[in-house]
Design a protein around this ligand. Structure first.
Ligand SMILES: [Zn+2]
Ligand SMILES: [Zn+2]
Length: 387
């Protein structure tokens, strides 16, 4: 058997399958790319050939424009296989966002799974993650610290609805990222019985419409109205408004009635982070695996080695070593820029502060959650908006 390292290599563009002659989620334009999902830190514009699920291709076209989403686009449905230069390629659901897939590669009896981003919790907007036994498993490690244990998403949505009930004179503004989190929060609200219109910031409208086109009903969505007179506000008391995180710090927010600022992110576990961002009601809803999910997945794929693309690789590799698994940090650059982080694709006013953006470009952690993280104290509505 060929050791995975002999045929899957790290190049400046990212992970490269040598016999297949293609990259997986390359950071720069390449001749042949296999793309796990549509977040901008995985799906970059201007590749010559792109292989991905039909949903991911549709998301790429919507975000980049037809001309930049790959000159030649090849759709591969989950479960189907193609053979390229003797390498078998299969896409298997990753449970992260609509269309997200793990890339399962086999060459001469050796199997490598590149998982992209994934989670193990149920998500009404995408197919669930399927573990595939392999010789090397490639994983991210965004929340790879024991403090990160995401509560059930439904419980977080219940906290939001309780706050809406307690503060009917205020608008609830929930910070989400545009691809995946937005639509998942909408579906979770619908499942919890919220059947009122949900109001969307303009930056969230196009992808939500695409989800609906791709067969994911979201109920009635409305754009946030423009106040009738200049400087007018006080709109949408008692309603739920979704916006990219950061919108609460722009003049746009003045139109809302005393907004309760909420944010839906795995980072909301870190209380200082919520506080620094002015979040009154942090909702711990993540599209990434938490610590138990990472370890569960490592056990289920039965891989003797696990390659970590980015995140808290030190903690994960240490825990894997204790389980007899070889962990290897790949240090891929440019990951984590979009999901569960300040959005990468926002209009200028909503961009992260230059220093934060710079640190992310350089692949540096923006903060060290291990020194800051504090488990949430109990009390379902402890962090609901104060009067
Ligand atoms: Zn992602
Ligand atoms: Zn990512």
């Amino acid at each position: 058997m060929h050791h995975p390292e002999t045929w899957m290599q790290v190049t400046p563009e990212g992970l490269f399958c040598v016999p297949g002659g293609f990259h997986v989620d390359p950071a720069r334009p390449v001749a042949r790319a296999v793309i796990t999902h549509g977040h901008s830190d995985h799906a970059r514009p201007d590749h010559h050939r792109v292989l991905a699920t039909p949903e991911t291709l549709a998301i790429m076209r919507a975000r980049m424009g037809e001309g930049r989403a790959g000159r030649v686009q090849q759709a591969l449905a989950p479960g189907e296989t193609v053979n390229h230069n003797g390498v078998t390629i299969r896409l298997v659901p990753a449970g992260h966002v609509l269309g997200s897939a793990q890339v399962v590669l086999e060459w001469k009896g050796s199997r490598v799974v590149v998982s992209g981003d994934y989670k193990r919790r149920p998500d009404p907007t995408c197919l669930p993650f399927e573990p595939v036994p392999c010789d090397a498993f490639v994983t991210e490690a965004t929340f790879a610290l024991p403090v990160f244990r995401h509560p059930p998403a439904a419980a977080e949505i219940a906290r939001l609805l309780e706050s809406v009930r307690l503060f009917p004179d205020r608008a609830h503004l929930v910070g989400v990222y545009a691809l995946g989190k937005c639509q998942r929060v909408i579906r979770l609200l619908r499942e919890a019985g919220w059947d009122r219109p949900i109001y969307l910031h303009g930056a969230l409208v196009a992808l939500s419409a695409l989800y609906e086109q791709l067969g994911m009903p979201l109920g009635e969505l409305r754009p946030v109205p423009v106040p009738e007179k200049r400087g007018g506000g006080g709109l949408l008391a008692g309603e739920i408004v979704l916006a990219p995180s950061g919108a609460e710090a722009t003049p746009w927010v003045r139109r809302l009635a005393e907004p309760v600022v909420c944010a839906a992110s795995g980072w909301m576990r870190v209380r200082q982070r919520a506080k620094a961002k002015g979040v009154e009601l942090p909702l711990i809803i993540s599209d990434h695996a938490d610590w138990p999910e990472l370890l569960q997945t490592a056990a289920e794929v039965q891989a003797p080695e696990i390659w970590v693309t980015h995140g808290r690789e030190d903690a994960l590799c240490h825990a894997l070593a204790a389980r007899g698994v070889r962990g290897r940090a790949l240090h891929l650059l440019g990951r984590g820029e979009e999901d569960e982080g300040p959005e990468a694709e926002l209009p200028g006013a909503l961009q992260p502060q230059p220093a934060e953006a710079e640190a992310q470009r350089a692949g540096q952690p923006v903060e060290r959650p291990d020194t800051q993280a504090q488990p949430r104290a109990g009390g379902a509505n402890r962090q609901a908006a104060p009067e």
